[in-house]
Design a protein around this ligand. Structure first.
Ligand code: AMP
Ligand code: MN
Ligand code: MN
Length: 325
């Protein structure tokens, strides 16, 4: 509950904010906005993330202070931000379990309320929950907080285009704009800047696209060798899943990428009604109905063999529901 989160922050004095592995705009923007708010209240705060901050988000205020879990100073309270479950904190998990008090702020429907205190509510982005916390703490978001919250909201809503976008999202946006948000500059950094490796990865992914179920299932796999051959890293693969999803015939999109640890990272998207979080949960992951993910500890080929039938069955179920209605 929101009240629990606000009381948690009022009561204690030093916090570690934890962003999820493979950090995105929501986890980073939400952590940074909350970090700014805590400092304004005269509290001590630091941010930890198991993975480095992707280039796209390094311009965000104070992003350079985000540290690896091994580099954190002592603290008493830990706050997981935008982490669908404990595993999403990665190497930060021991820091969370070692904290005297924990708070879990998240907007994923699959979140099992793993914190001692939990503020888990369906929202467009965790940034919306952080915005409400900041207001209830009696603060007005300043320009820095607004930039961070904008990064959170704009990325998780696909630029305010996904179904999770609500009137509340736009009310928050109106207030952020009033605090002096530089919309064109932020959009330039967040959405209008790409790199050659990223473009080349997109080209390779299109080349490797597989289509099943009458072209309703779009599927793509990339190996570490593929990435290395183009001088690309994990963050260069971020738009692949959107490219597959945007194909007109595709209802369900899946992108499988071999990680540095050899495990397979899976991103899935639904377009209308297919609930991809059900498939993600079957493999120990989670997320939202139309955007979910999981990690499968097998080879790429084995992961493909495991996932394809599940996705086909999901689409067949959808097809039947369609026929019945
Ligand atoms: P992604 O495909 O990485 O953009 O993730 C889509 C959504 O699923 C995001 O909201 C993620 O937070 C969530 N998600 C991705 N991977 C996992 C996982 N292994 N466990 C739980 N949630 C995940
Ligand atoms: Mn996230
Ligand atoms: Mn999120």
């Amino acid at each position: 509950m929101r009240k629990t989160a606000v009381e948690f922050i009022r009561e204690f004095d030093d916090f570690l904010l934890i962003a999820h592995v493979s950090p995105d705009g929501d986890t980073l923007g939400s952590c940074l906005a909350l970090y700014c708010a805590l400092l304004k209240l005269g509290k001590r705060a630091q941010i930890a993330c198991a993975d480095p901050v992707p280039k796209t988000y390094r311009f965000l205020p104070h992003a350079d202070r985000i540290a690896a879990p091994e580099d954190t100073a002592p603290f008493s309270c830990a706050i997981a931000v935008d982490c669908a479950d404990l595993l999403r904190t990665g190497r930060c998990a021991p820091l969370l379990s070692g904290a005297q008090h924990t708070l879990n702020i998240d907007h994923h429907g699959t979140n099992p309320n793993f914190g001692e205190s939990n503020y888990v509510e369906i929202a467009a982005a965790t940034g919306e929950l952080v915005y409400h916390i900041i207001r209830e703490l009696g603060l007005n978001p300043d320009e820095e907080m607004a930039a961070c919250l904008y990064a959170a909201l704009a990325t998780d809503t696909g630029n305010f285009s996904y179904r999770n976008t609500t009137p509340d999202t736009f009310r928050i946006m109106a207030e952020l704009l009033e605090s002096g948000l530089d919309l064109p500059a932020l959009n330039q950094r967040l959405f209008r800047t790409t790199s050659l490796p990223r473009l080349r990865i997109n080209a390779l992914a299109i080349d490797r696209l597989e289509l099943y179920c009458n072209n309703r299932l779009g599927f793509c796999t990339l190996s570490l060798a593929d990435l290395a051959s183009l001088g690309a890293t994990r963050e260069d693969c971020e738009s692949v899943i959107d490219i597959i999803r945007d194909i007109d015939t595709v209802e369900v999109a899946a992108f499988l990428r071999e990680g540095m640890d050899g495990a397979v990272r899976v991103s899935m998207r639904g377009k209308t009604s297919a609930d991809v979080s059900r498939v993600a949960q079957r493999f120990g992951g989670g997320g939202h109905r139309l955007a979910a993910g999981c990690t499968i500890r097998t080879t790429l080929e084995e992961a493909r063999a495991l996932l394809l039938p599940e996705l086909e069955a999901l689409l067949e179920g959808e097809g039947n529901a369609w026929k019945e209605s």
